[in-house]
Design a protein around this ligand. Structure first.
Ligand code: HCA
Ligand code: CU
Length: 381
């Protein structure tokens, strides 16, 4: 497994293709700035041909002197490429459907015509002096011999990066690994993996593609994108660190970034989302909480400190004595064993209550007879 993998964030292009999502220019600038600060390798900032505000943003962000490579996305059309290249981006990413379905139903080209179209488009972009990525849209449903041929032609025409998108999310991890093995041993180029999550396999396929030789992975914040989205930045960054010890972006910015995009996009992060979900480090059952209080490794895949987060102990009818003792100790309350049993019984006798605030726990401790002197109640507002 390679030790260096670059990440391209496409929240501002693929992510904005999420139904119902449209970012303002100011919001896009804040997202791009934070990504850049966190050390992301590349930011795909949109297709400037889509609208006037898309053009204005691409132009503005290109002039900001970011360390991250700024990438514009566009179709394999000369006029679109001219516009994209005129914005000052470092790279233009040109996409063209290569599967039989896309050739038959979208572009009405045969394989040779598609090769010619790709080559001409890449040469046009190169003539503007920008770097070029060629994306063989629907690559994973493309005849593999044709895929290799069109990718070779793209590299010869001047693309130094080829993207192999799993446009409708149909790969399995095994397929992803062997496809990238074959491509990386036959092509002298950087290889991008871009995995849609239609079957919930985007993250697994991305890791397998990297194992097979992909050198760059595409992600979005909170996994936004068309339909079920693509691989999620925070999950991939953490999985690469935990499983392969590969460093990508600064982890301590991931939560801020996720919350920012949650707010700007209006798409809520589910509470049980990996890494950034509210409950990613919450423990509930008595058996779990008692063990975690002694040794967090018992029920955690990685420590919350990696992300500057805290673990939390949920108090409800599942709770055991050690969890309640620990939560009360945090509040400065240290009941004797009999009182503690009374408090736990009161909690279990109220099975419909799903969590307790600090003040509710103080009240409960007080009425069970815990030492009032140490029960400091914070006035509720
Ligand atoms: C799309 C195109 C794309 C392109 C990916 C890439 C895909 O369907 O809108 O440029 O690498 O998934 O094929 O997002
Ligand atoms: Cu996509």
């Amino acid at each position: 497994m390679r030790k260096r993998v670059s990440l391209l964030d496409t929240t501002l292009r693929e992510g904005e293709q999420t139904p119902g999502v449209s970012f303002s220019i100011e919001q896009k600038l804040r997202i791009a700035s934070l990504l850049n600060e966190m050390g992301i390798d590349a930011i795909e900032v949109g297709d400037p041909n889509v609208s006037r505000d898309a053009y204005a943003f691409v132009k503005r962000v290109s002039g900001m002197g970011f360390a991250a490579e700024i990438v514009a996305h566009c179709r394999a059309l000369e006029e679109d490429i001219d516009v994209a290249a005129s914005t000052g981006v470092h790279r233009v990413a040109i996409f063209l459907g290569t599967s039989q379905t896309h050739l038959d139903s979208k572009s009405w080209l045969d394989e040779n015509e598609a090769m010619e179209t790709a080559v001409r488009a890449i040469e046009t972009a190169r003539s503007h002096g920008v770097r070029v990525r060629f994306a063989a849209e629907d690559a994973t449903r493309t005849n593999q011999d044709f895929l290799l041929r069109i990718c070779r032609a793209a590299v010869e025409a001047g693309a130094d990066r080829i993207s192999i998108p799993d446009t409708v999310g149909v790969l399995t991890p095994d397929d992803a690994r062997s496809l990238f093995r074959r491509l990386s041993s036959n092509l002298e180029t950087e290889l991008d993996t871009h995995n849609h999550n239609d079957l919930g396999l985007a993250l697994a396929n991305t890791l397998a593609a990297i194992e097979g030789g992909a050198t760059c992975a595409h992600v979005t914040i909170n996994g936004l994108g068309e339909r079920s989205g693509i691989a999620c930045l925070s999950s991939l960054a953490v999985a690469l660190k935990v499983h392969y010890n590969i460093e990508t972006v600064a982890m301590d910015g991931l939560i801020r970034l996720s919350r920012m995009v949650e707010e700007f996009s209006g798409v809520k992060v589910p509470i049980n989302s990996p890494v950034v979900g509210e409950h990613a480090f919450s423990h509930k059952a008595g058996v779990h909480t008692a063990a975690v209080l002694k040794d967090p490794c018992t029920y955690e895949a990685f420590p919350p400190e990696l992300l500057n987060r805290n673990r939390s102990i949920i108090i409800d009818k599942y709770t055991g004595r050690s969890a309640v003792r620990a939560r009360l100790a945090e509040l400065g309350i240290t009941p004797d064993e009999q009182t503690l049993i009374k408090i736990v019984r009161a909690i279990k006798d109220n099975p419909d209550k799903s969590s307790y605030t600090d003040n509710e726990l103080r009240d409960l401790a007080g009425s069970a007879g815990a030492v009032q002197a140490s029960v400091k109640k914070i006035p509720s507002i």
